[in-house]
Design a binder for this molecule. Structure first.
Ligand code: UT7
Length: 332
């Protein structure tokens, strides 16, 4: 990879969020919570929610079409699609196949990956390697989540946190010296039981943790995940900076996973940076799992917060438990 005479970066970027907004005040009518508690403990004011009869992949379709158009490509020119999701509409067909069909990416192979909220960073790592070794030219990454469909709307500990949305990028060859510098990913499955969404099997232990009749829903030990998150975000950021020989001062903007403003604040303190360096939009969207980083990146780009040649750091953590970080030199 070190000998290649081109960079690998983002050719186009898009996002799509549902129109319906669910505010903290709406949640006050559904569970025993308050706007004050949610804002103080998480920073979230509202989130976007799919209609009950609307599948999540439709958000991915729109985000993908926007990213492909932004890249100046046609759907037929996409040769591989990776979808990251923890909330697929179906296990099969995969969300990537559903999106491939609807956007008309007839020449693309397609697969889903699940690294929960770290999914987008894992997908970047895979896409970069597949382009560097000559396997593919234009890879579409779609981070697409319909978490409202797996949330227990009677569990106040989780239902206030999550939202729906999708972000997409096209990855391909860019000017030498620009694009992805380094990506680090990791996992600690031994603490994965702290955040679970069952699918085809549910252990008795996990069944007992869940309330009411809702068995196939998100369950989380929030404080355990919180502790992991602050440490993992700071360590992942430091690791990717060390391995790419940059210091935190070299970074123009940090795009953290948007789970809780207190987690972002804790990571910023450990890294010795002010919150101004962190792009934050979780107040509007809540935690949209793997879609949170590409949606935040798209907004930061639209706001002209990152210019060509500047360094941006993406850093996330999530179920699994997993973590990941990327340094990229903005190429557009
Ligand atoms: O993307 C990865 C996924 N997840 C995360 O990143 C989340 C990580 N964890 C967190 O963000 C935080 O742990 C939470 C926001 C989930 C919870 O905040 P906390 O400060 O850790 O609160 P807590 O769980 O320690 O709960 C404090 C109190 C409890 O009451 P008692 O036991 O002190 O009487 C909870 O029952 O707050 C209560 N509580 C609520 N009260 C009002 C929990 N949820 C709510 C709620 N409204 N929605």
């Amino acid at each position: 990879m070190d000998n290649q005479n081109f960079g690998i970066g983002i050719l186009g970027i898009g996002m799509c969020l549902p129109e319906s907004i669910l505010t903290n005040y709406d949640l006050e009518k559904m569970v025993d919570t308050s706007d004050e508690w949610i804002i103080k403990r998480t920073g979230i004011s509202e989130r976007r929610i799919l209609d009950k009869d609307e599948p999540a992949y439709k958000l991915g379709v729109k985000a993908a079409q926007r990213a492909i158009e932004d890249a100046g490509l046609k759907p037929e020119e996409i040769d591989f699609i990776i979808v990251t999701t923890t909330s697929p509409d179906y296990l099969t067909p995969s969300m990537s196949c559903m999106i491939q069909s609807e956007i008309g990416a007839v020449n693309a192979a397609a697969l889903d990956i699940n690294a929960a909220c770290t999914g987008f960073i894992y997908a970047l790592k895979i896409a970069e390697a597949l382009i560097a070794n000559g396997c593919y030219k234009n890879i579409l990454l779609v981070a697409c989540e319909g978490l409202s469909k797996v949330v227990d709307w009677e569990d106040r500990a989780t239902c206030v946190l999550f939202g729906d949305g999708a972000g997409a990028v096209v990855i391909g060859a860019v000017e030498n010296g620009l694009g992805i510098v380094k990506t680090c990913v990791g996992a600690d499955g031994s603490i994965g039981h702290n955040l679970t969404i069952p699918c085809c099997y549910l252990s008795n232990v996990d069944l007992e943790k869940r309330v009411h009749e809702n068995k196939r829903v998100v369950w989380m030990d929030g404080s355990e995940v919180f502790k992991f998150a602050v440490k993992a975000m700071a360590e992942a950021a430091s690791k990717v900076l060390d391995e790419s020989n940059f210091s935190i001062e070299d970074i123009k903007l940090i795009i953290p996973h948007q789970a809780n403003v207190r987690i972002i604040d804790g990571a910023a303190k450990r890294l010795g940076v002010s919150l101004d360096k962190m792009y934050i939009n979780l107040n509007k969207y809540g935690n949209i799992s793997s879609a949170s980083i590409p949606v935040a990146l798209k907004e930061a780009v639209d706001l002209n917060l990152i210019k060509k040649g500047e360094l941006v750091l993406l850093v996330g953590f999530g179920g699994g438990l997993t973590w990941g970080s990327t340094v990229m030199r903005w190429n557009r």
